[in-house]
Each structure stands twice: as structure tokens, then as C-alpha cells.
Design a binder for this molecule. Structure first.
Ligand code: AMP
Length: 516
């Protein structure tokens, strides 16, 4: 088994189909993408001397080369280490050192490591920390010649062999390398068809979110069917560009974090844009609040599907299908659309108590997952692996509750639960209420240390342009719908919430507000 066979198969069956574009510009057919990957594989083995199982890191914004490099790496029997392109060189250095990568591909000049926002630091910082690491920029003549030469055969791999080393965002402590095997990624890809969407060769997948993360993992399902891979020329998330590309190609699917969906919705609502070119928007990676999902469905139509996953079981824990989001007459419609849906077909999902014993429907506990997509463990970190994988179950660290029909509703990450005066408060519940205020654009609720209560509730609020949300009105909203003790003790009005490259709110940074 080798994921490279997915590309080989499509290249044989549909050689002439357009595989990759940069914006509207068609670059390579499937036959050409496969040939390029097979030559790159030859270079990685021959010129760079890499052996099966060696790690190759990628640190760059979304670009067409991402795909040829990923497939070149797998074709050669190597392991890809895609790195969030917004990371600081010190963090990149940590990942290269920790993964013992042999080679790092970057964009831009080597004098500085180019992130999406331009040069972010000195390559020396990486080289100094990870000696023996070789670096190659995709913007050099050497790289431009990378697809000239002889092809090699696909190097065979076993199902449990490592394919992708995915570094967690490390909002607490150092990032950990999640070991994803060939089999994990194949199982995840097949779930796309059973639980997320039907894909066909008339479709295009548009990389609006970072390819180093879930969006990039959705490449496999689309390679399998011979769909087109559209990489926006900007390499980032630009709503106007995405809508123009969707109109140009039609039948476009994309993965977007909730914050990206909100931006899309705002743009379409304000400009009356045509979004008929969009077939499916898969959203997930963070909570989507009730008001936001209802508005998204109103503005964008029944184009949305939700997934819940984490690096440790990538994109594949539960899914909320298009038909559930469209079933407005269902008696439990509102509960369902704030849920994350039902277990995807290759995994079992239970909610368990602190001893790992399954809890009945309606009772909150930790979400556990077992199945084909669950990681092999953390790279060279047996303690963290043993703490997270127990008796064959992945302990997700998410708190959730199942209903009688198997729909899972997430409360929060267990570390984000606020314990105030001995009572548990789920920030999301408070956030949902505050978002009902017309002036509130975004909100994030955290616990602040308190001598009296242990922790007390604080809300960070971003107001819509030109509007204000007076604390007294926010208090009133809370008093109308949640217990008194859950009401924020303090509202902090900010221009924006701190987020990582994947659009997740960094609650750790908000908590630092009082400690730094
Ligand atoms: P990561 O491993 O960086 O992808 O982060 C995974 C975490 O994001 C999960 O453990 C959840 O806490 C959160 N998450 C992912 N998908 C969803 C979703 N659909 N709704 C709410 N939270 C989510």
C-alpha cells in the first residue's frame, strides 16, 4: 500500500484530465502530475540520498508545488512533514529537529524563510538548530529543474508505515508529531465519500485553507476521482478570489474553518455575489455557533457539510451531513445543527467518564474515538502516546454529549471548561448567548483566576463595525437564558481575537492577558 498509487491509478485512467491549476491557469494534467512526482521521487532518492521512512518537511504557503512534492515524497517511500506556514523560524526549527527531517522545502529565498506574509526570519535559525538538514527553495533554478530526469517506480509501503507527520498546533507546550499511517489516510479519504460528499471528476477542490492541515488531506479523495485541484494564485484566503474561481470552474468544493465561512457569508450578503459555482463547503476545526450556521445556510444555501476531527483522527470523527442541515422541519432541527453530527463510518465514538466507562445519552463526558483513522501515536513521545491512546481508544480531550440518535454535541475542550465556585461552565454556552446581540461579531469566553471562585467568567467581545454592545445589555441577554453564575464578570472589548493560521481562537493567549 502506498498513497502514491492513488495518483498512479488516476493518471492511467484519466491521463489527460486537468489535475492542477494556479488560479485559473491550468498547469498539469494527471499524467504530468504523476510524471513530475515520479521524477521528484527519483531525485529525493538519488540526488538527495534519502531512504524509505526518512522525513521531508514542507514550509510554504499553498502552491501547486505542494501537491507534486507530497506525491513525490510518498512515491519515494518517504514521510511528509507539512508545517503551518505562519510559524516562526524557531518553531520550524523545532519541528525539523524533532522529526529529524533530512530535507526542508521552503518558498522564496533561502536567506530568509518565506512565510505567507513575506520573509519571516533567517534560515540560519533553522539550520543552527537542525544540523544536517538540507533546505531547498521552490523558487530556485535548482527546483525548477526538479521535474527533469528519470522516473522511478513507487517504493512499496506497508499499511502501518508512516505517511504524514502532523504537528499539533501546540497552544499548550511544544507541538507533538501525530503519526498518520498510509492506512489512516486512506481510511480518512474513503470516509469523504461515505460521510461528507460525493466527488466526481467534474468537480474541483479549491485550497482555501492551509494545505499543511485538513484541507491538504482532502486532496486524496479528489485525486481518487480525478477532480481538478485549484490552488488560488494568492496562496491565501481571499473571498473575492475564491468566488471568482468558483464561478470560473463551477462545481467547486472547499474546506473552510468557521471564521472563513463567516467571511464568505459576509461578503456574499454584502455584495450579493453569485455562489452557484460552489458545490460544497466543508466546515469544521472549531465551533460554528447557531446564529452563524443559520445565517450561512440562508445566505449560501444548502452547500454546507460539517466535520469534526482532530490531527489525531484527521477530519474523521463525526460529520453533519448536508441533508441534516437542510432538514428544517425536523423536530430537533436546532439541536442537530449545533451538533457535530454522527460518527463517521470507519470510527466508533463514545462519551465516557474519567475511568473510560461509556456514559448514557444526555450525559456529558470526554469524547473517545476508535477506528481506522486514529493515529499510530506521537512521534518519539511514548508518554504522550500512552496518555492519549488507552485500551485502543483515542482520548480527544473534547467534552461532548450524545443524544439518543447518535448526534454528538461538543461542549468544549476539557482544558477550556471553566470551574467557578465548583460548578462547570462551558464557554461555548455563554458564547452562543452573547452572539445573539446584534452588535456582537465575535466572542470568546475564558476563565480568569479568582481568589474567591477559583475561576471567573470573562468574555472577549469583538463588535460589528460602528456598533456597540453595552455590558448591561449583554448581562440582560445572559440573565434571560443561562444560569446567573455563568454570566461574565467582565467584558473585554477588543478589535480582533487572536487566531492561529487555521482560524482557531487562541484561548491560551487570551488567558495570558492577566498573567503577562
Ligand atoms: P486540530 O487537531 O488542530 O485540528 O484541532 C482539533 C480540535 O478542534 C478538536 O479536538 C476540537 O476541539 C476542535 N474541533 C474540530 N472540529 C470541530 C467542530 N466541527 N466543532 C467544534 N470544534 C471542533
Amino acid at each position: 500500500m502506498n498513497l502514491a498509487h492513488l495518483l498512479a491509478r488516476t493518471a492511467r485512467v484519466f491521463p489527460q484530465l486537468n489535475a492542477v491549476t494556479r488560479g485559473e491557469q491550468e498547469l498539469w494534467s494527471y499524467a504530468e502530475l504523476f510524471r513530475r512526482a515520479a521524477v521528484i521521487a527519483g531525485k529525493l532518492r538519488g540526488v538527495y540520498g534519502l531512504q524509505a521512512g526518512d522525513r521531508v518537511a514542507l514550509f510554504m504557503a499553498n502552491c501547486p508545488q505542494y501537491l507534486e512534492l507530497l506525491y513525490g515524497v510518498w512515491h519515494a517511500g518517504l514521510v511528509a512533514v507539512p508545517i503551518n506556514n505562519k510559524l516562526h523560524p524557531r518553531e520550524v526549527a523545532f519541528i525539523c529537529e524533532n522529526s529529524a527531517a533530512s530535507l526542508l522545502f521552503v518558498a522564496g529565498t533561502l536567506g530568509g524563510l518565506a512565510g505567507a506574509g513575506g520573509l519571516v526570519g533567517d534560515a540560519g535559525a533553522v539550520a543552527g538548530r537542525a544540523p544536517g538538514l538540507r533546505m531547498l527553495s521552490i523558487d530556485t533554478p535548482e527546483y525548477r529543474r526538479i521535474a527533469d530526469g528519470a522516473t522511478i517506480d513507487i517504493v512499496p509501503r506497508a499499511p502501518d508505515d508512516l505517511a504524514w507527520l502532523f504537528y499539533t498546533s501546540g497552544t499548550t507546550g511544544q507541538p507533538k508529531g501525530v503519526m498518520l499511517s498510509q492506512r489512516n489516510l486512506l481510511a480518512m479519504s474513503l470516509c469523504y465519500f461515505t460521510d461528507v460528499d460525493q466527488a466526481t471528476r467534474a468537480d474541483s477542490i479549491l485550497y482555501a485553507a492551509p494545505m499543511s492541515h485538513g484541507a491538504g488531506m482532502y486532496n486524496f479523495a479528489h485525486v481518487l476521482v480525478g477532480a481538478r485541484h485549484v490552488v488560488p494564485a494568492s496562496g491565501g484566503f481571499d473571498v473575492a478570489e475564491i468566488l471568482a474561481l468558483a464561478q470560473h470552474f463551477g462545481q467547486v468544493s472547499l474546506f473552510a474553518a468557521p471564521t472563513m465561512v463567516l467571511r464568505l457569508v459576509e461578503h456574499v450578503a454584502t455584495h450579493g455575489s453569485d455562489c452557484r459555482g460552489i458545490k460544497t463547503i466543508v466546515y469544521g476545526g472549531g465551533p460554528m455557533y447557531l446564529e452563524d450556521i443559520r445565517r450561512a445556510l440562508d445566505v449560501l444555501g444548502d452547500r454546507l457539510v460539517q466535520i469534526y476531527g482532530q490531527g489525531e483522527s484527521p477530519m474523521t470523527i463525526t460529520a453533519l451531513a448536508r441533508q441534516h442541515l437542510a432538514d428544517r422541519e425536523h423536530p430537533r432541527y436546532l439541536e442537530r445543527i449545533v451538533s457535530v453530527g454522527v460518527a463517521q463510518s470507519v470510527v466508533e465514538v463514545v462519551v465516557a467518564d474519567a475511568d473510560g466507562q461509556p456514559l448514557p445519552a444526555g450525559v456529558a463526558g470526554e469524547v473517545l474515538v476508535r477506528g481506522e483513522t486514529v493515529m499510530q501515536g506521537y512521534w518519539r513521545n511514548p508518554e504522550a502516546s500512552a496518555a492519549t491512546l488507552r485500551d485502543g481508544w483515542l482520548y480527544t480531550g473534547d467534552v461532548g454529549v450524545l443524544d439518543d440518535d447518535g448526534f454528538l454535541t461538543l461542549k468544549d475542550r476539557s482544558k477550556d471548561v471553566i470551574i467557578s465556585g465548583g460548578s462547570n461552565i462551558y464557554p461555548r454556552e455563554v458564547e452562543e448567548v452573547l452572539l445573539q446581540h446584534a452588535a456582537v461579531a465575535e466572542v470568546s469566553v475564558i476563565g480568569r483566576p479568582s481568589a474567591e471562585w477559583g475561576e471567573e467568567v470573562v468574555a472577549f467581545v469583538v463588535c460589528r463595525a460602528g456598533l456597540v454592545a453595552p455590558p448591561a445589555e449583554l448581562d440582560q441577554l445572559c440573565l434571560q437564558s443561562i444560569a446567573r453564575f455563568k454570566r461574565p464578570k467582565n467584558y473585554v472589548f477588543v478589535a480582533a481575537l487572536p487566531k492561529n493560521n487555521y482560524g482557531k481562537v487562541l484561548k491560551t493567549e487570551l488567558r495570558r492577558h492577566w498573567t503577562s
